[in-house]
Design a protein around this ligand. Structure first.
Ligand SMILES: Cc1ncc(COP(=O)(O)O)c(C=O)c1O
Length: 441
């Protein structure tokens, strides 16, 4: 069965009676008028459809814990939706922990990841009641044990390993290959286990964690990932008589940004994992463990679009036509960071058939600030509302105030209603943290 991550557009997208693009029952040109642009728009129905697909796909494996990877899009309203859908949160910074707590999220359904968690962040995680910490390295093992001891607590931990699996995605978002900044190399695992047994008495070692990368389209890498981890479970059981009961398989399921992308469905993803879990549990004679997954991009990516207003345009003699918009790399870093491609339409004329080649340029002082290169669109004009699909993940969360632009607002749309979930930054807020030291006066 097809799932929403396999479509480019949110599930409620249509062309309405005015000939404009509508999402969640809201005309994108009306949203542009009401809230201004650039604007992030999130379709609640698509987020909930993805949550439902994950739950259906794993219903035959009751020991599953679904943790939304908050890094993909973290805001208080999203925490609320995830809680309503029965998802936990995978958090990876003090700020994400704070946001979850501030949103009233059930912290007993959270875990904390990251390759350089600070003393303050680990301390805060324990105080805030984060359930499990995935420990990345030797330094963190010692640090966390000290902190746990000072709280007189046993802290549940997973050890993050690098399973040595290369997936075919952009090198910046591969994480599970051997030479990676994340996790323990498999050859270091025994030393970590022995330290826990002999010295780190405040750590309760319950399982292993791996995350092999992001925007993954292949099934085989997930199958193999389970195999590598389960082999380690068996080895640890035989060598140290420790039965690990939890395995975190990370996130990474891809979404469709352009027609050339062919991500697998959530059902195929789940089937692959469950088959591999069953096979390897039997082969290694271990009880099927509690499984965690941490989907980020696939949960929110397709639900989000960004709209911009077209401004100046330029036809370079013997060169390209550039259409500039009122945002750019500050609201979407992905095109300049890893050449990410998007599907683009003009919200106020989606049905015009005659197309011309155009490059959509951002407004920032960087030649690399190009949002979409050489795409085919109806002739663009000043005032057009340009819609970029599948920007729901790693758009807002990677945004910046580069050139002191204001971070855009985000709205949640559903059944013809739109609600602000993030206010547009104001000029006052932009300068709020700036200080001129007295000696400069
Ligand atoms: C440890 C971990 N888990 C989960 C994710 C989410 O990945 P994705 O958004 O591709 O599902 C990431 C992303 O980088 C990650 O580092």
């Amino acid at each position: 069965m097809k799932t929403a991550n396999q479509d480019i557009k949110p599930v409620t997208t249509k062309i309405n009676e005015n000939g404009n693009i509508e999402i969640g029952g809201c005309d994108l040109t009306d949203l542009a008028n009401k809230y201004g642009t650039p604007l992030y728009i999130f379709d609640e129905a698509t987020i909930r459809a993805m949550a439902k697909s994950y739950k259906d796909a794993f219903k035959d494996y009751p020991k599953i814990n679904m943790m939304f990877a908050a890094k993909a899009f973290m805001t208080k309203a999203i925490c609320r939706i995830m809680q309503q859908e029965g998802f936990g949160l995978d958090l990876c910074s003090g700020g994400e922990i704070y946001t979850a707590k501030n949103a009233g999220f059930d912290m007993s359904n959270t875990l904390f990841n990251g390759n350089n968690k600070s003393f303050d962040e680990l301390n805060f995680a324990i105080e805030a009641g984060v359930k499990t910490i995935s420990v990345d390295n030797f330094f963190e093992l010692a640090l966390l044990n000290d902190i746990a001891k000072s709280h007189n607590k046993q802290v549940k931990i997973l050890l993050r390993i690098t399973p040595g699996i290369e997936c075919h995605t952009h090198e910046y978002i591969q994480t599970g290959h051997l030479d990676s900044k994340f996790g323990f190399d498999l050859t270091q695992l025994d030393e970590a286990v022995e330290l826990i047994i002999d010295e780190y008495k405040n750590l309760d070692f319950t399982g292993l964690h791996a995350h092999i990368g992001s925007q993954i389209f292949e099934k085989q890498v997930y199958y193999d990932e389970v195999g590598v981890i389960f082999k380690e479970l068996k080895r640890i059981k035989d060598k140290y008589s420790i039965t690990l009961t939890q395995v975190n398989l990370g996130g990474g399921l891809g979404i469709k940004y352009t027609k050339d992308d062919e991500p697998i469905s959530v059902y195929d993803f789940a089937k692959t994992l469950i088959e591999s879990i069953e096979k390897h549990s039997k082969e290694y004679e271990i009880e099927e463990p509690e499984i965690f997954i941490e989907p980020g991009r696939s949960m929110v990516g397709t639900s989000g679009v960004t709209i911009y207003t077209a401004g100046s345009s330029k036809k370079v003699p013997k060169g390209r036509k550039y259409q500039a918009v009122d945002g750019g790399m500050s609201d979407n870093a992905r095109p300049s960071l890893y050449q990410a491609k998007y599907t683009v339409e003009i919200a106020n004329k989606p049905e015009v058939k005659e197309l011309a080649k155009v490059t959509i340029a951002g407004k920032h002082c960087e030649s690399g600030d190009i949002l979409a290169k050489d795409i085919m669109l109806p002739e663009t004009e000043e005032g057009d509302i340009i819609c970029f699909y599948s920007t729901g993940a790693y758009g807002y969360s990677m945004s910046s105030n580069y050139n002191r632009v204001l971070k855009p607002a985000a709205v949640l749309v559903n059944n013809g209603k739109s609600d602000i979930i993030i206010n547009r930054l104001t000029y006052e807020q932009l300068c709020e943290s700036d200080i001129i030291p007295d000696r400069l006066n």
